[in-house]
Design a protein around this ligand. Structure first.
Ligand SMILES: [Zn+2]
Length: 116
């Protein structure tokens, strides 16, 4: 992802409307580009700052909230990747179990005993 695309996605990121694929690319770029990281933090602080202004919460730490927001997004993407790996593992196990059962089914059908 390049800086222009990243900056176009800042609004949707803050609204929480990015797809998982967009979020993954967004976070990868965020880790590697300090300029975009600053841009996102400024946008986050302005928008979140306006939100908490209405709630009158003077003790609210915007920088900490920003860091937590990024950490939460990274944890979410890591969880989704692990879920995908787990699904592939289950699919692979199911495939080989089915293949083995099919093999033994036809092996026994052929009249040959497995013990000999
Ligand atoms: Zn950038």
């Amino acid at each position: 992802m390049d800086c222009v695309t990243f900056r176009k996605l800042i609004g949707p990121y803050l609204e929480g409307s990015l797809t998982d694929e967009e979020l993954n690319g967004f976070l990868c770029h965020l880790r590697s580009c300090p300029e975009c990281r600053d841009e996102l933090e400024i946008n986050y602080i302005v928008i979140e700052g306006l939100n908490i202004l209405d709630e009158d919460r003077s003790d609210y730490d915007l920088s900490k909230a920003y860091d937590q927001s990024i950490r939460y997004s990274e944890r979410y993407i890591r969880f989704k990747k692990n879920l995908l790996i787990f699904r592939y593992m289950i699919d692979t196990i199911a495939f080989w179990a089915l293949a083995a059962m099919t093999f033994f089914y036809f092996y026994t059908l052929s009249g040959m005993d497995l013990l000999y």
